[in-house]
Design a protein around this ligand. Structure first.
Ligand code: G6P
Length: 611
């Protein structure tokens, strides 16, 4: 979703900002813009890619201070006028904004009555004009005071960066519900909505919290809270290498991230399992283990791919630790007035740690007294900071919009949590526990083996590139994998795809099956093998084109299928970590064949920061 970058220092600000905006392209956007101060304020913005914006900039646009934006349209269609920055009537104030200003209509009407003219359909334009209205009423007012007065009237969410040509050495930023950080350099400062935009310049970052306003100059910054108290903020060290946020020879980030999984799963396991004695160490949740052990039920809330890993988590925790689990769409959780309170535990799962609905679910549960735990990838993200405790994935930055390595990281962490809880509850014996830990330790090399079959999966994808529909079927642990496989295909190739529990197919989707319908069957769990064979027979009887993901113990399914991909044998509970890999590759190759922009699929955003 929308991205913000800003720079003040001795380098050419526009170059740093454009580069930063390119780093944020993965978040999903439809237009881009930049504001620079060089004597006066200069604005360039347009619909389309950052490269189109770059072409609008001439050599004369020099200066040491600039803010930039990538917009993902919420209010008003994507076009040049609605792109950010938005400016005040005097042309002296420029604003870029992430989030949604809910009372913008009322504020706009009031400002229009006062004579201010509006040109865009956005909610953001009111911010520039509202600040200006306070200056017009009191020309001697300090600029920051006018900003504060404006913020006090705004309802909704924002990450804001503001330039004022009367204060040409300062960037003003404010945060409420939309992430912002300051990159602290030597003789230069950056601001961004996402650390990947600053990682090239500094490894020191200050995360702003809700209600905070920062005044940033090239050598210093000041952060004040809503009560006007100056704060001493912790400076965090950013553990993000440039290599992690570059394609490193791969044509797309998604492919790079699929191939990174042997390493990212190893990183999720590192220091947390001991194959010799079967123990698990999860330092992040040690302090809340008693609460987990005593919980009568666990609720998991998440969105998108993270919701699918939550479904795998439900099977894992119920099967291993024998604690009942409920999985909720984070976006629905709040609106059912959830029956949750003290004694309950809510896990939220989020790659980005910034998804607005997941954050809202967390806050709702926290307010009602529940213990709130996070399974998050991005270190220092809002969800990571607001949860009582949690476990990081350590998967490194995920740039491709379609989530891949985060899914396997989440399932790995959920397996560890389920096992650790089972051990603490005495729900699992030592031998079984050791067996699963040993199987977990083999997963990275088994993923490596599956990746070696990528050419074969590419050939299968060539045959189905133009199929209008796909059906994905799975049972038990493979059902969430079926959902995830279908989601991957939809997201990046725009082919309609549905994931179904294999037997449920008979209650509807079976009507769609004919000799044109590819049916991807995930048959990699031993305990549902026989039943899967029957379901595959049903598909075959209707001439469906069967692509099977099977393991050696499911030979019958392989024999029935037209195409198959063999994954190594593992414990049933861990099978999603392997069976999802061919599905990621299948969707990737289909999308590439169709000429789709795999990393930046239309209309989608990597991090959905609006509800
Ligand atoms: C967006 C992304 C998905 C992601 C979902 C949840 O829809 O495109 O890939 O699974 O948000 O994001 P989160 O960061 O909370 O896991």
């Amino acid at each position: 979703m929308c991205g913000i970058v800003g720079y003040i220092g001795n380098s050419q600000a526009k170059d740093v900002v454009i580069k930063g905006l390119k780093r944020l392209e993965y978040r999903g956007y439809d237009s881009a813009g930049i504001a620079l101060i060089n004597g006066s304020l200069s604005i360039k913005k347009c619909k389309g890619k950052v490269s189109a914006l770059e072409k609008l900039l001439s050599d004369s646009e020099k200066g040491s201070i600039a803010i930039g934006h990538t917009r993902w349209a919420t209010h008003g269609e994507p076009n040049d006028v609605n792109s950010h920055p938005h400016v005040s009537s005097s042309g002296k104030i420029a604003v870029v904004h992430n989030g949604i200003i809910e009372n913008y209509n009322a504020l706009k009407l009031k400002l229009q009555e006062e004579g201010y003219k509006f040109y865009s359909e956005t909610d953001t334009e009111i911010v520039a004009k509202l600040i200006e209205s306070f200056i017009d009423k009191n020309p001697s007012i300090e600029f920051v005071k006018a900003v504060k007065l404006a913020l006090a009237q705004i309802n909704g969410t924002y990450g804001l960066a503001i330039l004022n040509s009367d204060n040409p050495e300062t960037i003003f930023v404010a945060r409420k519900g939309s992430p912002l950080l300051i990159g602290v350099g030597e003789g230069e400062m950056l601001i961004a909505s996402d650390a990947s935009a600053v990682a090239e310049y500094t490894d020191k970052v200050v995360y702003l919290d809700d209600g905070e306003l920062a005044i940033i100059k090239k050598d210093e910054y000041q952060v004040i809270n809503a009560d006007d108290v100056e704060l001493t903020k912790e400076v965090h060290e950013l553990a993000m290498s440039l290599e992690e946020i570059e394609k490193s020879g791969f044509p797309f980030f998604m492919l790079k991230e699929i191939f990174e999984q042997p390493k990212t799963i190893s990183d999720s396991l590192r220091g947390r399992i001991n194959v010799e004695d079967g123990s698990i160490t999860l330092g992040g949740i040690t302090s809340v283990m008693d609460k987990l052990v005593n919980a009568k039920r666990i609720i998991i809330a998440a969105c998108g791919t993270s919701w699918h890993s939550a479904l795998v988590g439900e099977y894992l925790i119920e099967w291993l630790a024998k604690t009942p689990v409920e999985v909720e769409y984070a976006s629905e959780f709040r609106y059912k007035d959830p029956l949750i309170g003290e004694g309950d535990v809510l896990f939220v799962i989020s790659q980005s740690g910034e998804t607005a609905d997941t954050l809202a679910a967390l806050r709702e549960a926290k307010e009602k007294g529940a213990t709130v735990l996070g399974i998050v990838n991005v270190v220092g993200s809002t969800i990571a900071r607001e949860t009582d405790a949690g476990v990081y994935l350590h998967a490194g930055p995920e740039i491709g919009v379609a989530s891949t390595k985060a899914f396997t990281g989440q399932v790995t962490v959920l397996a560890l949590i389920a096992l650790s809880l089972a051990q603490h509850k005495g729900a699992i014996d030592k031998k079984s526990s050791k067996k699963i830990i040993s199987a977990l330790s083999k997963i990275p090399s088994q993923v490596e083996e599956i990746l070696k079959q990528s050419d074969q999966i590419k050939e299968i994808s060539n045959l189905f590139t133009y199929a209008p529909n796909f059906l994905y079927l799975g049972r038990s642990y493979s059902f969430p994998v079926a959902l995830e496989g279908a989601l991957k295909l939809k997201e990046i190739s725009y082919i309609h795809a549905e994931g179904y529990p294999a037997a449920e197919m008979k209650h509807g989707p079976i009507a769609l099956i004919d000799d044109m319908m590819p049916v991807v069957v995930i048959a990699s769990t031993k305990h549902t093998n026989d039943k899967m064979v029957s379901n595959v027979e049903e598909v075959k009887a209707r001439k469906g084109r069967i692509i099977a993901i099977t393991s050696p113990s499911n030979e019958e399914v392989r024999d029935l299928a037209e195409f198959s991909c063999m994954i190594p044998e593992t414990e049933d509970v861990l099978s999603p970590l392997l069976s999802v890999i061919p599905l990621q590759l299948l969707s990737y190759y289909v999308a590439v064949n169709r000429g789709c922009d795999v990393d930046q699929p239309r209309n989608l955003a990597k991090s959905v920061t609006v509800e």
